[in-house]
Design a binder for this molecule. Structure first.
Ligand SMILES: [Zn+2]
Length: 110
């Protein structure tokens, strides 16, 4: 059992500024950062991050990039749906009140 030595880089105030020479807390894969990731499923898309949004397919303004598969899942009409918090159904037992709250939610969030 030998001792392990780690080199330290110390600044003029005796604060450690660097530990070791190859220590990487957040190692990054070689190709990281080149392609956008899908905001829904997380796969790497074929869209370069450097591609202007005007020239992209599957880019949702205000949300981000979708992969081709996620983008094609819904028709354009399908993507026009909204979602509401589940608890609305139980919280607002009166249908008219529920409708009013959903409408309010829509105007606040969409
Ligand atoms: Zn996806």
């Amino acid at each position: 059992m030998g001792e392990q030595h780690v080199s330290l880089q110390i600044d003029e105030n005796n604060n450690v500024t660097k530990v070791g020479t190859q220590l990487e807390l957040f190692p990054t894969p070689v190709n990281a950062g080149i392609y956008e990731e899908c905001i829904l499923c997380g796969v790497e898309t074929t869209t370069l991050k450097t591609t202007h949004v005007d020239f992209r397919t599957g880019y949702i303004e205000g949300a981000g990039q979708l992969c081709r598969e996620c983008y094609m899942k819904g028709s354009s009409e399908g993507r026009e749906h909204i979602s509401i918090p589940k608890h609305y159904i139980k919280t607002y037992s009166n249908d008219m009140e529920l409708g009013r709250e959903i409408r309010k939610y829509y105007y606040q969030n969409y």
